[in-house]
Design a protein. Structure first.
Length: 460
């Protein structure tokens, strides 16, 4: 979420950065393009750590120096929290893993972690494969007709179905899944609007939009509490993620989660778990249709490894090139191009003293496109992620899932889903962008393609 405005700062004046104007700060510079691209240009002029001024005399440090990233996200991570401004998402995701802090976050992370380690994800592969298969069957009527399909919508639906089924198996009816999806899309839209306000005020107003927001939230809550209650009452917890979370116990205290906390974690996982994966898959399909040699190599791998059958968990380790395509897409188009931290106490970053309460913008896109750490950073070259490939020039130059203790808990989940979907789609179909379609980035929130991505589908 690009939401960088915080409190007034006392940043020392020798910190490099664009000059800007009193009160307005760098507002005009920021209007000159997409946020992450403007920041990339600013890095070229002002270095890997610079100060950005927001209207109202508020500043942020923009960081893409891998050593500083290591320090902030790992070595001294205790000094950096998500910050007050991120709380804008709290009405929706509550005190779930994404927002919680300190000892409470640590306890929750310990409780949830076992469900997301690689062996646990392997158990979800069949559900993922079945969901992809149903999508591919649906596509059959489009194949060869010349009728264009918006692949972004398809990937959103796929990722939403995967996350719903892995969380709740079939406890939700297809209508409920669709409704949940719609309510979440609306709720996220409102949260994102609120995040872009310079003075956050709209959530306090008695507007129709806010009333609808509350109603959507109530609808989601009712549904989730019903699922939790049904399982508790029946005593049959099931083997899906909800079942695992219901049975999770803290190793030290033996305690599980109460209903409110379960709700917060489920909503967090649902939200964090689908849009990012869907967007990456959309970009990957776009890149494959514009890079025929890469596509041929992926098809060849899929044909060789799968030989016409459905993938299973052990295939994930064999589909190395397919996975590399997904990883390279995450480098070029990280779904979260920028995320935030706020300092708790004083610190020093690359020789610059940092006071408490300062905002840092972790510039994922910036470090992924850093010429000092990547050969040909603008080129789409999946082979850099093959075993023995050139990879990043620094461990912290590749952070699509963040890094350190707060690294994305769903990274194995996303990589499995992404690899399986790419493999199965290319096993059966060839996707080509419709004539005139371009791969352009949309301006808001997560890094998604503008106007969706329209393709023609043909059988292989
Ligand atoms: C390509 C897909 C994904 C990307 C790029 C992504 C990216 C990220 C990033 C950058 C963070 C760290 C944010 C920060 O440090 O402030 C994060 C955290 C998180 N992600 Fe993901 N994510 C993806 C998929 C998923 C999936 C599939 C799930 C769950 C099913 C998930 C659940 C979470 C949760 C719960 C957190 C908070 C972890 C914590 O603070 O302990 N994500 N994600």
């Amino acid at each position: 979420m690009i939401d960088p405005i915080t409190r007034p700062t006392s940043a020392p004046s020798r910190v490099p950065g664009p000059r800007g104007f009193p009160l307005l700060g760098n507002l005009f510079d920021l209007r000159e393009g997409l946020f992450h691209e403007v920041l990339l240009r600013m890095h070229q002029e002002h270095g890997d750590l610079f100060r950005l001024r927001f209207p109202g005399g508020r500043d942020a440090y923009v960081v893409r120096d891998p050593e500083v990233l290591r320090h902030v996200l790992q070595m001294n991570n205790g000094n950096y929290v998500k910050g007050a401004r991120m709380q804008i998402a709290a009405p929706l995701i509550g005190n779930g893993l994404f927002l919680s802090e300190g000892a409470f976050w640590r306890r929750q992370r310990r409780l949830l972690q076992p469900a997301f380690v690689r062996p646990s994800i392997a158990l979800l592969v069949d559900t993922m494969v079945q969901t992809v298969q149903e999508m591919l069957d649906r596509w059959q009527i489009h194949a060869g007709t010349g009728q264009p399909l918006n692949i972004q919508d398809e990937m959103m639906r796929l990722a939403m179905e995967v996350v719903t089924r892995t969380l709740f198996t079939n406890s939700l009816t297809p209508e409920e899944v669709r409704e949940v999806g719609e309510q979440f899309t609306f709720l996220l839209e409102v949260i994102s609007e609120r995040g872009q306000e310079i003075v956050p005020i709209s959530h306090r107003l008695p507007s129709r939009r806010n009333r609808r927001f509350r109603q959507a939230l109530e609808r989601i809550d009712r549904l989730i509490y019903r699922l939790i209650e049904d399982r508790r009452r029946s005593g049959e917890y099931g083997t899906d993620l909800l079942g695992k979370l219901l049975q999770a116990r803290d190793q030290e205290t033996g305690q599980g989660m109460d209903d409110r906390q379960l709700r917060d974690e489920l909503v967090t996982l649902f939200l964090a778990g689908h849009e990012t994966t869907a967007i990456t898959l959309t970009w990957a399909l776009g890149m494959l249709s514009t890079h025929p040699a890469v596509r041929r190599r992926l098809q060849a791998e899929v044909d060789m490894v799968l030989d016409g059958r459905r993938p299973t968990a052990p295939d994930l380790d064999r589909l190395t090139y397919t996975r590399a395509v997904f990883s390279e897409t995450l480098r070029i188009y990280p779904p979260l191009p920028v995320f935030m931290r706020e300092s708790v106490g004083p610190d020093e970053l690359a020789g610059i003293p940092i006071g408490p309460g300062e905002t840092l913008l972790i510039h994922v896109y910036g470090v992924h496109h850093h010429e000092g750490y990547w050969d040909n950073p603008e080129g789409f070259e999946p082979e850099r992620f093959l075993p023995g490939g050139r990879g990043p020039g620094h461990r912290f130059a590749y952070i699509p899932f963040g890094a350190g203790p707060r690294q994305c808990i769903g990274n194995h989940f996303a990589l499995a889903e992404g690899t399986l979907a790419l493999a199965m789609i290319h096993q059966r179909y060839v996707l080509n962008l419709t004539p005139g379609a371009k791969l352009e980035v949309d301006a808001v929130g997560t890094l998604r393609p503008k106007g969706g991505l329209w393709v023609h589908i043909q059988g292989r």
